[in-house]
Design a protein. Structure first.
Ligand code: ARG
Length: 457
């Protein structure tokens, strides 16, 4: 069951055979390997390298292999080297020796990258759908919370009031960029290597453009040697996955934090939490913690690929077989995480009262007060100093900042002293930040709409 061995006197060492096999993991490329093989045998028929009837038999035989792989339990349990060997072996059971013609002029060096490119392309397209659902869920929650005031934080300290919609839009935009990055990467993934041979090209007069068209590739690779050694497309995909997983992890961290007892700004959907085996009161945010934890895994996959490629000479080397598991692992992590996050975000309930109460912390209005003083003509640096001393005075005296400001500013800036009600109202404070990109409810709604538009749906 090997695609080689004519020049060998005996079988490989048993332990090495297991070590060498990629079928346990590259079987995930079966659908793609069969699609590429169908395009190949048709191209062989078209250029007259094999009779058209033979090409048709091979084409049909490949369909049968695929159908059986879906239907027959155990059909894929075969002690073959890789997915390419599997297809040829099973094809032989259907069309006999003719199966050997499916490999005419073709090298596994080009097959493995062709199948991997197709697989990554399909994964990017599925991720596009998943990211669309997640951005939609964030936009829905953001619209629902466009006027829900809450504290915004810097350095994990309450900084200025924002709206929940502003926070949701921030996370949505990061994911929109991930979607764009994946779509950019797709253009470089979607290139056909077939027709490269082992490294030097092929003597047959194959129509590479027609094969590309049939497989939905945008273009053909421009150099056979580059085509078999290039894994940039895999690095780019996993790199985009790493950034995406980082964004998911940051969203997860925010939700863990804001759903926690010290804030209670949101309630997580129970279906995405788990209990404790010891402490009956617990509902732990495991889904979110796993999403955060999986960022380490995807970062590791990226490093694994980069390290794999460094220092390889031109051409195919068996090292390259190590590329696939990193790609699959990263894809599984992001696909799983996106699916879970859609459920978590869609199922969040906002606790507006808790947000509103926390948004009333008066010290968050200090910057707004300084700006108001400066707009009455006081140099901003001086206003900053005065408000700073009001904060210190309030802390010292135990009075509220609002009261302290009322006493101290009556003489210093009567106009501002009269507007203290508005300046200390968190909803007024956020509404005033109405520039594009700001936290005012209308600006937030516009930003949420633009995020959906950028997604192209
Ligand atoms: N299983 C191999 C891989 O994943 C396929 C290519 C093998 N080519 C070869 N000349 N041994 O990279």
């Amino acid at each position: 069951m090997k695609l080689w061995g004519g020049n060998y006197s005996a079988d490989p060492d048993a332990a090495f055979w297991e070590f060498n096999r990629s079928f346990p993991f590259d079987r995930r490329l079966l659908a793609e390997e069969i699609a590429a093989s169908k395009a190949w045998v048709r191209a062989l028929g078209h250029c007259g390298a094999i009779p058209v009837e033979d090409a048709e038999s091979l084409d049909r035989g490949l369909d049968v292999v695929f159908e059986k792989s879906l239907k027959e339990p155990g059909y894929c349990e075969l002690d073959v080297e890789d997915v390419h060997s599997f297809v040829e072996e099973r094809l032989g059971e259907i069309v006999g020796d003719l199966a050997g013609q499916a490999h005419l002029g073709r090298s596994r060096n080009e097959q493995t990258v062709t199948a991997l490119r197709l697989w990554i392309r399909g994964t990017i397209d599925r991720l596009h759908a998943g990211l669309g659902a997640l951005v939609h869920a964030l936009v829905e929650q953001g619209r629902a919370g466009a006027e829900a005031v809450m504290p915004g934080f810097t350095h994990t300290r309450a900084a200025e009031p924002i709206t929940f919609g502003h926070l949701a839009a921030a996370h949505a935009w990061a994911l929109v960029r991930d979607d764009q990055r994946l779509r950019d990467a797709r253009a470089r993934v979607n290139v056909l290597p077939l027709g490269s041979g082992a490294l030097a090209g092929v003597v047959l007069e194959l129509d590479r453009e027609a094969m590309a068209k049939e497989l939905g590739f945008d273009s053909i690779s421009p150099n056979a040697l580059d085509a078999v050694m290039d894994r940039d497309f895999a690095v780019e995909f996993v790199s985009a996955c790493a950034q995406l997983q980082t964004h998911l992890a940051r969203l997860a961290e925010d939700l863990i934090h804001f759903a926690g007892p010290e804030h209670g700004f949101v309630d997580l959907p129970e279906a995405f939490t788990t209990g404790s085996s010891l402490m009956p009161q617990k509902k732990n945010p495991d889904a979110l913690e796993l999403v955060r934890g999986k960022a380490a895994r995807v970062d590791g996959d990226l490093l694994r690929l980069l390290a794999l490629l460094k220092g390889l000479p031109a051409g195919y080397q068996k090292d390259l077989q190590e590329d696939k598991e990193a790609v699959f692992d990263a894809a599984d992590a992001v696909n799983g995480s996106v699916a879970v996050m859609v459920g978590v975000v869609a199922g969040l309930s906002l606790r507006r009262d808790a947000m509103r109460a926390a948004a009333g912390q008066e010290e968050m209005m200090a910057a707004g007060l300084a700006v108001a003083l400066a707009r009455e003509g006081m140099p901003f640096r001086k206003a900053h100093g005065i408000v700073g001393s009001l904060v210190a005075e309030a802390q010292r005296s135990g009075r509220s900042l609002r009261e302290t400001a009322s006493t101290e500013l009556t003489e210093l800036s009567p106009a501002v002293a009269q507007r203290l009600d508005a300046l200390f109202d968190p909803l007024e404070a956020v509404s005033a930040k109405s520039l594009p990109g700001g936290t005012a409810p209308d600006a937030v709604r516009a930003s949420l709409d633009a995020a959906l538009e950028a997604l192209g749906r």
